[in-house]
Design a protein around this ligand. Structure first.
Ligand SMILES: Nc1ncnc2c1ncn2[C@@H]1O[C@H](COP(=O)(O)OP(=O)(O)OP(=O)(O)O)[C@@H](O)[C@H]1O
Ligand SMILES: [Mg+2]
Length: 247
């Protein structure tokens, strides 16, 4: 049960909260399943600042995907609050709006629609934004160029390699220039060369456009490229450390 109260959406209280608040913040977040028999997240407090680059690591089952699901609003906390720019996000409608404009998401399984071409997949997040069809096409083409796939725009996903599919998914996640990029094991299905390509694109979005990046990975080398690393253990934050990037 979420006990947070929303604050006046346009008032001075909200403006003050935005000015000082982290981009996204979990306060006392728990997620239980099966009437409490399974505890995926236990009383998590976590703040992510604008433009921050954070690795989430931990053993299988420690709660990494559950945490990402809280940050995307794909799942709702059993207890606690998730705030965006200091304002609690309370409804699925608010989450859908954030995912449509402010949050980009990349999954291990790519999650492209199989009957749409690469460029059509990249256009998906731009629907419902009042963007004209030619402008959608132009922006999608630009985003595909950016991930080095301008020449594959009309290919269906099954004609693309795994690495290429993930680059299409990244083009899709970046096309609305999100403030938060969530990537759950984005390189989990890729070989070393494609992993590097894909992670360079994610870090490039963070450094180049100031998007915050939350990167779930089992790959310690990849995690070390993030200045901050949050380690989960049994649904809790076991450590939250900051170090020099690539150090
Ligand atoms: N829908 C669900 N119903 C019941 N239990 C769930 C559900 N989703 C997750 N869990 C449980 O919550 C715990 C955390 O799962 P989660 O998927 O967050 O782990 P993870 O750290 O992402 O693991 P992996 O590295 O294997 O992806 C696990 O014990 C998992 O079985
Ligand atoms: Mg997971």
């Amino acid at each position: 049960m979420n006990e947070a109260k929303s604050i006046d959406p346009n008032g001075s209280e909200r403006r003050a909260a935005i000015a000082s608040a982290p981009l996204v913040e979990l306060s006392g977040v728990s997620r239980v399943f099966d009437n409490g028999a399974i505890v995926a997240l236990r009383d998590i407090d976590l703040s992510i600042g604008a433009g921050e680059c954070v690795a989430i690591v931990g053993p299988s089952g420690s709660g990494k995907s559950s945490l990402v699901n809280m940050l995307s609003g794909f799942d709702i906390a059993s207890q606690g609050t998730v705030s965006w720019n200091g304002v609690p996000v309370l409804t699925q409608r608010e989450w859908a709006k954030l995912r449509g404009s402010e949050i980009g998401i990349v999954f291990q399984e790519f999650n492209l629609l199989p009957t749409l071409t690469a460029i059509e997949n990249v256009e998906i997040p731009m629907f419902d934004h009042g963007i004209s069809a030619p402008e959608r096409r132009r922006r999608a083409a630009e985003s595909l160029e950016r991930v080095g796939l301008g020449g594959r725009r009309n290919h269906l996903p099954f004609k693309l390699s795994g690495g290429e599919r993930q680059r299409v998914a990244i083009a899709r996640s970046l096309v609305n220039r999100p403030k938060l990029l969530l990537a759950d094991e984005p390189t989990g299905n890729l070989d070393r060369a494609n992993s590097e390509l894909v992670s360079d694109l994610l870090f490039g979005a963070c450094a180049g456009e100031g998007a915050a990046l939350v990167l779930v990975t089992h790959d310690e080398t990849l995690a070390q490229r993030c200045p901050r690393c949050v380690r989960l253990l049994d649904g809790r934050i076991a450590s939250d450390t900051v170090h020099a990037p690539n150090g």
